[in-house]
Design a protein around this ligand. Structure first.
Ligand SMILES: *Cc1c(COP(=O)(O)O)cnc(C)c1O
Length: 430
């Protein structure tokens, strides 16, 4: 039994998979925030680089990956597909468990897959500066790295609660050459409104997005905005994960019956799931898909499906998505990357069509799952990824109870070695 599939460069896909080409019914379009009419893609040009917008509205099924981007990917891709034999033994389950390990990217998560693509496209368009937000710091550090690769300046609004709790991530971004400021802060109108209420406001992703979008809109074109999740093209960039996983599993003679990922904005889950979902849509493969979210920020299982803004100030287009409301400020749970009020429109659509199931898990169970995974597989999962691990453990134990053999594939979207603080309470391991 091979524990690893081989790491040959032929595992790297040459194109991104655009699932919209394979859907019978398209998701509802984004609306202009002022007119509430379907958005003209040109309206997005004040915010995003033009080549990025082209990818956002692309209708072709396969979108070629530029060779410069492939070369940057080759530094850490293909990522390992690992058979979780230690976890299987510990759970004493008939289920076979595989994980795709995205923590091997230089900044430790899947976010580099889209950061590299977005930075490359922006640089090619002649953009000098990209501005963005970050929660836990995973996206900010991935974009800072990508900016360093392609010679772009990166400016990051970091949610204040994380800025103060995660000095390591902040330092990493600065070492890459990015500038990092606390959000909400006094340098933008959006930030000032919240900052004036409370200078120690813990912030939220929605507020930090509003600040970053405002900076791009007011720059007169020299600064563009980059988003690390939610948008169709960001999900599409992540499909390198699933395409590789399918090839690696084929080599091992395995097929997933169940595909699992954690969801914040929906990108790592979609990256693994969409290429597998294609097999279900086109070849009738019987594969289940499970998106896992935290109980305290449960947009899919507790939110409403409706139009809402992507930020907290109403600057972004209206997206048709599962949402807890743009004003929702999630409690400061440690999985900062899952503290977002909305969900990707594509994931929302597929949950609504019952092609994807959703489940919320509680924080104690998530930490317990992380500890089991560390002890059996040797990797400390990112707090976000531990949500997927918790659901995988639930499913593997259900398979044991029912005496069912099942092949489970999940996305280990990042490692938690920069998030040690999240695993300590009062200085003691949880
Ligand atoms: C950002 C992040 C997430 C959540 O974002 P998605 O777009 O839902 O993938 C999950 N895991 C890790 C490690 C992250 O950094």
């Amino acid at each position: 039994m091979n524990r690893f599939a081989s790491r040959q460069a032929d595992y790297l896909p040459s194109s991104y998979y655009n699932i919209k080409a394979d859907l019978d019914e398209a998701p509802k379009p984004p609306l202009h925030p002022a007119t509430k009419k379907p958005l003209d893609p040109r309206d997005l040009e004040v915010i995003f680089p033009k080549s990025f917008i082209d990818q956002e509205i692309a209708t072709a099924r396969d979108i070629p990956i530029p060779s410069e981007v492939l070369e940057a990917y080759a530094q850490y891709r293909p990522t390992p597909l690992v058979r979780a034999t230690g976890l299987k033994r510990y759970l004493d389950t008939p289920a076979d468990i595989f994980y795709k390990y995205e923590g091997v990217s230089p900044t430790g998560s899947h976010k580099s897959n889209t950061a590299i693509a977005q930075a490359y496209l922006a640089a090619r368009d002649g953009v000098r500066t990209l501005v963005t937000e970050t929660g836990a710091g995973q996206w900010g550090s991935a974009l800072s790295y990508a900016g360093a690769l392609f010679g772009l300046e990166i400016r990051v609004f970091m949610v204040r609660a994380s800025y103060r709790q995660k000095p390591g991530r902040r330092t990493l971004m600065k070492l890459f050459g990015a500038s990092v400021e606390e959000s909400p802060g006094p340098t933008t109108d959006s930030g000032r409104a919240f900052f004036a209420q409370n200078p120690d406001h813990p912030g939220s992703l929605g507020m930090a997005i509003a600040e970053a979008v405002e900076v791009a809109m007011r720059s007169g074109g020299s600064v563009k905005y980059a988003l690390g999740s939610v948008l169709d093209s960001v999900l599409m960039h992540q499909t390198v994960i699933g395409q590789e996983a399918i090839r690696q599993m084929d080599e091992l003679g395995a097929q997933p019956d169940l595909v699992v990922g954690c969801v914040g904005g929906g990108s790592n889950f979609s990256g693994l799931a969409f290429p597998c979902l294609r097999r279900r849509l086109k070849q009738g493969a019987a594969i289940r898909f499970l998106a896992v979210e935290p109980e305290v920020c449960a947009s899919l299982t507790r939110g409403e499906l409706r139009y809402d803004h992507g930020d907290a100030s109403g600057l972004t287009p209206l997206l048709y998505m599962h949402t807890l409301g743009m004003g929702f400020v999630p409690p400061p749970i440690h999985a900062g990357g899952l503290r977002y009020h909305g969900m990707a429109p594509l994931v929302s659509h597929l949950v609504d069509r019952e092609l994807i199931q959703a489940r919320a898990v509680g924080q104690d169970e998530v930490f317990q799952a992380a500890r089991v995974f560390l002890r059996t597989e040797g990797v400390l999962p990112a707090p976000e990824s531990s949500h997927a691990v918790a659901a995988v453990i639930q499913e593997a134990l259900a398979a044991r109870r029912e005496g069912r053999s099942e092949t489970i594939l999940f996305n280990l979207s990042g490692h938690g070695f920069h998030d040690m603080g999240a695993y300590e309470i009062n200085g003691r391991p949880v």
